[in-house]
Design a protein around this ligand. Structure first.
Ligand code: G4P
Ligand code: NA
Ligand code: NA
Length: 188
């Protein structure tokens, strides 16, 4: 997606060879026009697929998730990273974050996933794919189906894309960064 790549080139910073900082339009300040265009692009790429729900994880998945949900005209559900005290019946699993080198819990109230669901998972970044695999597990625990994963920025030098494909997930990435060496951003 040319617009997203332009934003990354103009406003992104490679803070080392592994991490891309996009705080000015995606992870801290959010650009609403870009978000809505990302939602439309996912809609275009998954045209013809029956999708009744968008699924992501708080926090930075939510903006992209909302844009996608608006484009598909379906609800957005986001997994929470801690169990709310008001929630008594939920699906939950542990996810290992490669970037942060620690496990975290994700949970979704049982009323928001069910066996009729045909779900598009969206996220801002794809690194090792663990977040998407954790979400897929929760969807399948509920008897639903994952139709695909829509990712804004995939780090092509990490294994997530291949791991998701090996797990039978169709992955649509809007920008694949193949290298962040020497402060330069290179796309596939
Ligand atoms: P994985 O699911 O693909 O295995 O990724 P991983 O756990 O390694 O990613 C952990 C967090 O770091 C995620 O956010 C992810 O969006 C983010 N992340 C991964 N690589 C990059 C990167 O190069 N740049 C930036 N800016 N973020 C990256 P999170 O911990 O879930 O936090 P939140 O911001 O969504 O709350
Ligand atoms: Na993030
Ligand atoms: Na994220």
């Amino acid at each position: 997606m040319k617009l997203l790549k332009d934003y990354i080139l103009n406003n992104g910073k490679s803070i080392n060879s592994k991490v891309l900082k996009v705080d000015s339009f995606l992870n801290h300040q959010i650009d609403p026009v870009l978000m809505m265009k990302i939602g439309e692009e996912f809609k275009r790429r998954f045209e013809g697929e029956k999708i009744n729900k968008i699924l992501t994880i708080e926090a930075s998945g939510i903006a992209i998730g909302l844009a996608a949900a608006y484009a598909f005209n379906v609800p957005l559900v986001f997994a929470k990273k801690k169990v709310p005290s008001t929630m008594d019946d939920f699906y939950t699993t542990q996810v290992f974050s490669f970037t942060k080198n620690k496990d975290y819990t994700i949970c979704i109230g049982k009323e928001f996933l069910n066996k009729e669901d045909r779900i598009l998972i969206v996220d801002d970044f794809l690194a090792m794919g663990n977040a998407v695999l954790g979400l897929k597990k929760l969807v399948e625990n509920a008897g639903g189906k994952v139709i695909g994963a829509g990712i804004a920025i995939t780090k092509g030098f990490q294994d997530g894309e291949n791991i998701l494909k090996e797990n039978g997930i169709r992955v649509e990435s809007l920008a694949v960064v193949d290298s962040l060496e020497n402060g330069e951003i290179h796309f596939r």
